[in-house]
Design a binder for this molecule. Sequence first.
Ligand code: BF8
Length: 643
Amino acid sequence: MMKDLPDVKDLSLDTGVQELLVKARNEGIATAFDRAVKMSQCGFGSAGVCCKQCLEGPCRIAPNGKGPRAGVCGANVDTIVARNFLNTVTQGTASHAEHAREVAHAILEAVEGKAPYTIQDTGKLKALAQGLGITVEGKGINQLAKEVAHKALEDFQKQQGPLHWLKLKGQTKEVENWEKLGLLPVNAHLEVAKSMARQVMGGDADPANLLLGAITMSLVDGFAGLHMSTDLQDVLLGTPKAVKAQYRLGVIKEEMVNISVHGHIPLLAEKVVEWAGKLKEEARKVGAEGINVVGVCCSGNEILMRKGVNVATNYASQELPIVTGALEAMVVDIQCIMPGLQTVASCYHTEIITTLPYAKISGASHVEFSAERADEAAREIVMRAVANFKKRDPRKIAIPNEVTEAYAGFSVEQIVEALKAVNPDDPLKPLVDAIAGGQILGAVAIVGCTNPRKKQDYDNLTLAMELIKNNVLVVATGCSAHSLGKFGLLSPEGLKYCGEELRSVLTAIGQANGLPALPPALHMGSCVDNSRVADLLTALADYLGVGIKDLPAAGSCPETHHPKAIAIGTYFIANGVDVHVGVNPQVSGSELVVNVLTANKEDFPVTTDGLFGGKLIYEEDPVKAAALIIERIKQKRKALGLN
Ligand code: BF8
């Protein structure tokens, strides 16, 4: 088996992951990395030219120009590729919108006394209520929270006017542009249903119109998905503040009952952390020293940001905490959960516990979670983990040693707070001055995933290093943030990789806050927390009186894997931000779609760059990608009259 598989050093930069990949192979266990090697990619699917919209097909248009040029119904390759792209964006959007809706319901249940949560950020609640046009005066916190939650749910049912959250959070100049183009979404469910209806056989066959549909869908993603999720979670669970924690598989402790939380919606993860604290004594009864909760993927980000919980690993290596032989339970909710987890877990004592009725894995245990029974579910999950401690096979235990220290918790509120230490009256001024003066060349959000087809963490890290070396400020979210955390870029230690000017700015802000320096990359949260990145860009654009599209900023997802990442990227393009992806976005089969999204032909009549000021950059080499991003940042600086 070992013979035809690549060296583990070529699969991940993380030595702990490498170590456990060798262990897994020696034990005859296949992981995503090895499955990726064996699964060849379909050339038609890779180019986006396969159509499965009806039973006349599947039809496919060969990218090499040979064979039929249209499907049985006559759909040409541009229609097929654009429709597939819209489908990808719709999948990502539906995931985020469902996330937001769950949190809105949890708030309602909490304030009605049915769910065991208490509103944590009353200041943010009041600000949201005001922004949504709700009268604040004379109302109690629970009443306000109820009205805000109802407004949120209206964004899933109202039949007229743009999304409340778009009016609340959209940057004025960008909103004007979307309105002028007739792209404003009305409600999340309506738009997802409309998107599916236009994709159906015999629906929308105009590729440009389908791509505009993808833009509308991405606005749903941004406002009724990302922004709404973050805003409501901050209200219910608290707005993050700077925290210190540890990264890498060494955070799993042999002497403890270990539970990893994995998925996205933090309602469950928060409760598991709470009950792990309450049930310590139960762990001692079975011979453990306590209960250790560790994070994986975006649930990991959520409890890192709010609770300082350590992070074991990110997407591509999610099976490997099980391979330590010391993980009692992995509790999952939704999105980015590999079904292969259960296959790996069946070789160990680890219990995979699914929690949502619409996201189960065959063979896994299921403990139904809802906000109403959050305590019962979390208690049961922790007790199951405790009971599994005694089932360990000591011969199978091998936990890598390495851990890395990192800072996280950089919500916009926390960033502004840090800047206030430099200028209490005008906190954004130091940042804007540093950008205007060229000490900060621009800002890039490194976001999204890791992908078992790419050397894990390598592109995320390499791109970040290139950018900070060139004095570009980096913020990070999602599994990319984990990549940077594992290798020291979320710690002031990483400042040594920065250009001199960026280093002096980060040192000055850090020291004004009693720290040696700020880290070279600021961890802003999970994937839904890309809303925080948008909020920061909106604040800067408003401060300067320009559009987001005018800012010297970009986004990058070097190790893309999920449709959510494509939805988020499209949302940022709609806001006028260039977005780099390092993995094939599966549109190459249509020259038209490529031209519209990447604006690679100067004379092409309609491009996202022309309409919004942002475009897609596809480049697999992270060093080349950094150069392209920096070139564009310089162009945007020039247009603003900056050197
Ligand atoms: O929402 S970064 S691999 S876990 S899709 Fe998934 Fe990508 Fe990780 Fe979070 Ni986002």
